[in-house]
Design a protein around this ligand. Structure first.
Ligand SMILES: [Zn+2]
Length: 364
């Protein structure tokens, strides 16, 4: 019989969840797990909060439900692995469940098939056909992981003035219903001066305050949000990720490493740098035009807003403008003008709601 000593020490690799850099650390396991780097405790994880994260065989990879979501420890030391497995009783608490296992098996098979498809037909073909196969749950998980990185990258927070949030929700709900999207959309305003809007995987849409401040009417913002929902509806973001990441991304999915630091940083970069294809932009526009038509509103203000920004500021601000992800060509403006019509539906937001939305990032 072996007894486990009160204090166990061993080496590990540590990702702090923010930088993506792997640090060599020492673990001190007693009533809690201390992560020690250069003689200082950089993190303390309660044993009951420690969970197994997916990783390669022979190595124990851990996360902690009360730590930064992407923080990870990687342990190769056999004695330390044994001690952690013995002491962390909730290691596998969130796993299992027949439904989840079924989904994972299904998705693993899909990914395995997809690699064959990729090899045979090439990536663009596969990306279009695979994106619709990715389960929403997987896409949402990826979206959540990317979300944290986006806020870090833009050094921004989400604005949460309650009246502004209510106005945004009302606007997004109208567009969602008009566009026939059945799953929920989580839209928020990001406190960044950059005029942009992005859709992340899994139904998350960010409107940047910089764009909101440049807008002169609710229709301008509604049109841009409708365009983003068009990307969401057609799953362009997943398509772009699969296309840009190709096999390495799929292999990551296959081995369940989707929230691993490398995959997330890659995915974030891809989402932010994504220039959707011309076809994707046209599909998103067509979705936006149709949603606005059903709401009885003209799509021209959307084009006018984007044109105002790209006209006035060119390709400026840090390389991230709405121009990067949504190049506006004369064709697109012309297409919007072709859809122009007198407004037959009610205003999307009241004057008071519009004021609340525009001041969502202002401190009260
Ligand atoms: Zn777009």
């Amino acid at each position: 019989m072996t007894t486990i000593p009160d204090l166990q020490e061993g080496p590990a690799g540590y990702f702090d969840g923010a930088s993506g850099r792997r640090r060599q650390v020492t673990l001190r396991l007693r009533s809690t797990l201390e992560v020690v780097a250069d003689g200082a405790v950089v993190a303390t994880w309660r044993l009951e909060n420690i969970r197994r994260a997916d990783g390669p065989a022979g190595r124990l990879r851990l996360g902690c439900i009360s730590a930064v979501p992407l923080a990870r420890l990687e342990i190769d030391d056999a004695a330390m692995i044994a001690a952690l497995i013995a002491r962390c009783h909730a290691l596998d608490a969130d796993r299992g469940g027949a439904g989840q296992t079924g989904r994972i098996v299904f998705w693993s098979l899909a990914a395995a098939c997809s690699i064959v498809v990729l090899a045979v037909y090439g990536i663009p073909f596969a990306a279009d056909r695979l994106a619709p196969l990715v389960p929403r749950a997987v896409e949402q998980r990826l979206g959540q992981a990317v979300d944290g990185q986006v806020r870090i990258l833009f050094d921004a927070k989400t604005c949460d003035a309650s009246e502004g949030q209510a106005a945004l929700r009302a606007m997004v709900e109208k567009i969602r219903i008009a566009g026939g999207i059945e799953h929920p959309i989580d839209a928020q305003v990001l406190s960044s001066a950059i005029p942009n809007a992005i859709a992340l995987p899994g139904g998350k849409v960010y409107l940047f305050d910089g764009l909101l401040q440049k807008a002169q009417s609710p229709d301008e913002i509604a049109g841009v949000l409708a365009h983003e929902l068009g990307h969401e509806h057609h799953r362009h973001i997943m398509r772009a990720l699969i296309h840009n990441g190709g096999t390495s991304f799929l292999v990551g999915l296959l081995f369940g490493d989707i929230t691993g630091a490398g995959a997330v940083i890659f995915a974030t970069r891809s989402v932010l740098q994504a220039s959707h294809s011309r076809e994707a932009e046209q599909e998103a526009d067509a979705f936006a035009f149709e949603a606005m038509r059903r709401l009885g509103r003209s799509p021209v203000p959307m084009a006018a807003l984007i044109f105002r920004i790209t006209g006035a500021e060119g390709k400026g601000i840090g390389g991230f403008t709405i121009l990067n992800s949504h190049p506006l060509t004369e064709d697109r403006l012309a297409a919007a003008k072709k859809q122009d019509r007198p407004n037959s539906g009610p205003e999307i937001l009241s004057a008071a709601e519009w004021r609340a939305l525009q001041s969502i990032c202002k401190e009260n």
